[in-house]
Write a protein of this length. Structure first.
Length: 461
């Protein structure tokens, strides 16, 4: 049985409040085992850590009776080399001497951690600081609330650490779980750190940027959520099933969404031709993935008679009336099922007007319902950050977004395809548009030519 201090409460660390560097008195013969009074604390350790300590104690039993420590340590290291890092002959000897002689851990170079009695198995645990190592729960919650001040910065963890230490703690402001710095120094017997020339070893245990970083989850998506917000974290999320349709009934959920197709086409507006993008709003049945209704319009100029505006001209866009047309057309073509129908629309342009919702509700009651996709507008996340922005992947909208992607892929075979970005445009698109614009200018004054107008670009009809 290992040498334990007399009268120590059960389950507490064997750390002694002794000054660093003082030697401990040697006791009787040590036996590498776990004392019966430490069983409860031993059971609370992870199984992987318990197996490691048991194996180390078996090795120490051989070292304790060996005539040549170096030879025995090399033989034990060769026997356990498959376990990887930490099982070399030098590491085994350092751990053995710390267990046999007591004192600080081998890795505690600053001698700021607990001092262990000879034969104390706790000195073999990794990342073990005794009862003083845990951060107060109120402090951890308070740190999580401070992240909003540094959201969006790549160095948000280090900036938060410096802010708490330099701007809060050392300036005499209270910190939850610790109080003010003067009271903490009186309780612990430490000198007050200098406001400017402080060192990390003078701070409370666990106050480091690495510890603050470990307060976050280790998932890459969570770290992106902390630094850059929900939209950045969505790209780091693992592959998942965003919507399970096996329990949905037909027309139970109809998803509405708008898109600007990545293709250029011609459009005659009041006898005047121009090159435009097509705009669409469609409804998709979440259960069967069938397009229930659609509405389209060209992104044409609102005042085509004014020339010379180019891309700066005011143009038509997606409106709430287009979403309402899709809703009415869906009800006309498919009717209302006995279980009702729920239309899910976004919070931007392609949303149903409130007066139209009130009218449909007065006519059909709860058989027609409307829901909006999730929006994180000044919403507090689990770690205390405030977030704003939409969530287009929520409530089954991903199926309709996938349909738009497939549509743009198919439209890429047309001669007027523009690509999703400017650098994706084909090289001949500028020449095609210039040729088509010249034909449109000539057809403007000739009705017969306009009737037989042909161009490489498709026309919006």
């Amino acid at each position: 049985m290992s040498l334990l201090s007399q009268g120590q409460p059960q389950g507490q660390s064997q750390a002694l409040p002794k000054a660093p560097g003082t030697a401990l008195e040697s006791g009787p013969a040590l036996v590498p085992s776990i004392p019966s009074e430490d069983i409860e604390e031993w059971r609370n350790l992870p199984e992987k850590e318990r197996a490691r300590v048991r194996l180390l104690l078996r090795c120490f039993a051989e070292l304790h009776t060996a005539d040549n420590l170096n030879t025995t340590a090399q033989r034990l290291a060769l026997r356990h080399h498959h376990l990887g890092w930490g099982w070399s002959a030098k590491s085994l000897l350092r751990l053995y001497w710390a267990w046999r002689d007591g004192g600080h851990k081998p890795g505690d170079f600053r001698k700021t951690g607990p001092i262990y009695l000879p034969g104390d198995w706790r000195c073999l645990l990794r990342n073990y600081r005794g009862a003083q190592g845990a951060l107060p729960p109120e402090f951890s919650r308070w740190v999580a609330e401070q992240w909003t001040q540094f959201k969006g910065r790549d160095d948000c963890v280090v900036a938060l650490w410096r802010h708490i230490v330099g701007e809060v703690w050392l300036k005499g402001r209270p910190v939850p779980g610790y109080g003010i710095v003067e009271d903490w120094c009186l309780r612990t017997g430490r000198a007050r750190p200098h406001p400017l020339l402080w060192r990390s070893s003078e701070l409370p245990t666990g106050w480091s940027a690495a510890t603050f970083y470990r307060l976050l989850q280790k998932r890459r998506a969570t770290r992106a959520l902390v630094r850059h917000g929900h939209l950045a974290a969505h790209g780091a999320q693992p592959d998942m099933v965003l919507g399970d349709r096996k329990n949905l009934l037909p027309l139970q959920y109809v998803i509405l969404d708008d898109v600007r197709a990545d293709v250029r086409c011609t459009w005659f507006n009041r006898g005047l031709g121009e090159i435009v993008y097509p705009l669409f709003v469609a409804g998709l049945d979440a259960a069967s993935t069938i397009i229930t209704a659609q509405c389209g319009k060209p992104r044409a100029r609102k005042r085509p008679e004014i020339e010379g505006d180019g891309d700066r001209a005011e143009r038509h866009g997606v409106t709430q009336e287009m979403a309402l047309i899709v809703v009415v057309e869906t009800l006309r073509r498919w009717g209302i099922p006995p279980w009702g129908i729920t239309f899910v629309h976004e919070n931007a342009a392609a949303c149903v007007p409130p007066e139209a919702k009130a009218l449909l509700h007065s006519l059909f009651g709860d058989l027609i319902r409307f829901e909006k996709t999730a929006i994180f507008h000044e919403r507090a996340t689990a770690h205390g950050w405030m977030e704003s922005g939409g969530a287009p992947w929520s409530k089954g909208k991903a199926a309709l977004e996938s349909f738009w992607h497939l549509l743009n892929v198919q439209l890429a075979n047309l001669p007027g395809t523009a690509g999703a970005r400017y650098d994706d445009q084909p090289g001949e698109l500028a020449a095609i548009e210039a040729h088509t614009a010249e034909l449109l200018t000539r057809a403007r004054d000739d009705a017969q030519l306009a009737a037989y107008f042909r161009s490489p670009l498709k026309s919006f009809t």
